[in-house]
Design a binder for this molecule. Sequence first.
Ligand SMILES: Nc1ncnc2c1ncn2[C@@H]1O[C@H](COP(=O)(O)OP(=O)(O)O)[C@@H](O)[C@H]1O
Ligand SMILES: [Mg+2]
Length: 377
Amino acid sequence: MAQDSTADGIYFGLMSGTSMDGVDGIAVEFAKGKPPVVLAEAFVGFAEGLREALFGLQHPGENEIEREALAANALATRYTVCCHELLRAGNLSAADVRAIGVHGQTVRHRPEKGYTRQINNPALLAEMAHIDVIADFRSRDVAAGGQGAPLVPAFHATVFGAPGETRVVCNLGGISNITILNAAGSVRGFDCGPANALLDEWAHRHLGKPYDQNGHFAAGGQVHRPLLNALLDEPFFTQQPPKSTGRDLFNPAWLDEKLQAFAGLPPADVQATLVVLTAITVAREIERHASDVRAVYVCGGGARNPVLMKAIQAALEDSGVSGVPVLTTEALGVPPHQVEPLAFAWLAMRCVAREPGNLAAVTGAAGERVLGAIYPR
Ligand SMILES: Nc1ncnc2c1ncn2[C@@H]1O[C@H](COP(=O)(O)OP(=O)(O)O)[C@@H](O)[C@H]1O
Ligand SMILES: [Mg+2]
């Protein structure tokens, strides 16, 4: 995709995904014809109260309009803290920044019903940060008949694409998604299934911690084949793309229902099995849709889980796609935690340039669309 030079400048990207751990921020300079230059990064965690409020909004409940509005205000406050941190770390002033691209927090994702909802208060963020805010990137794609997700593949193509070589970029957030950068230049992308959403849920229940650090808990367990088969028995895994999913499907209730027949399994075995579930669902999609892949580049928080990384390599070896290295995007010069916030800074730049941000071949939308709503400073 060509870039309009009138949109050149410094952008912030803020990503808070389905892991609900906090907000990853990036300050980046885009200039037509040049690779993006990262100026600063920041991470601002969510306090327990905000996490609980966000978890509570993932399913229908009482007084949800007010609870959503208050959680959105609290989120905008965290986004503002992240922006201040980026200004400080990058030695920038608000006037230097063209726009903030902010994802918001997904509380419902129902493209089949014609909506997806990322809560946020972009007006409050613009008011507090004194920077133009661009938000709500997904709804226009859904309005055009698309999944509204994934939106990162167009950005992946611009930074990670290599003519003549098929590459897969795999993001392991709460949900896993892959982008297939085909040797011939075409791009596909879709969600594969649960990643950290279920790993974190189980770790939280049994360790009382937000996640299974470095996969230690999973490493102490044995993969339980019958449970794995029960988990794999889910229509989403064999559905053809375009497809996307979220906590609407892969949530604690889904897991508990699958676990009903396996009461008494050691908790570490369940964790080990959930790791392999993520690995197999990713590897199967790569085998089905990118069998000529030369390397897989992982990004997102899951790239920090060595047990999960090894499991993906093993699942690929077991599939028809062997001898393919599983690396992180660091091998292509971009640290794994920077990829998603960079993509939302890039989407903001595309909106400023009035250039499309989606790929119709990825989301299934009727066409390419300029994404996002602008809240001027
Ligand atoms: N050292 C680590 N070991 C295991 N898992 C990790 C580690 N660091 C991060 N993670 C995982 O990454 C998640 C955050 O990933 P992230 O890419 O921010 O996801 P999202 O985009 O859904 O918010 C955490 O919730 C955790 O599951
Ligand atoms: Mg996150």
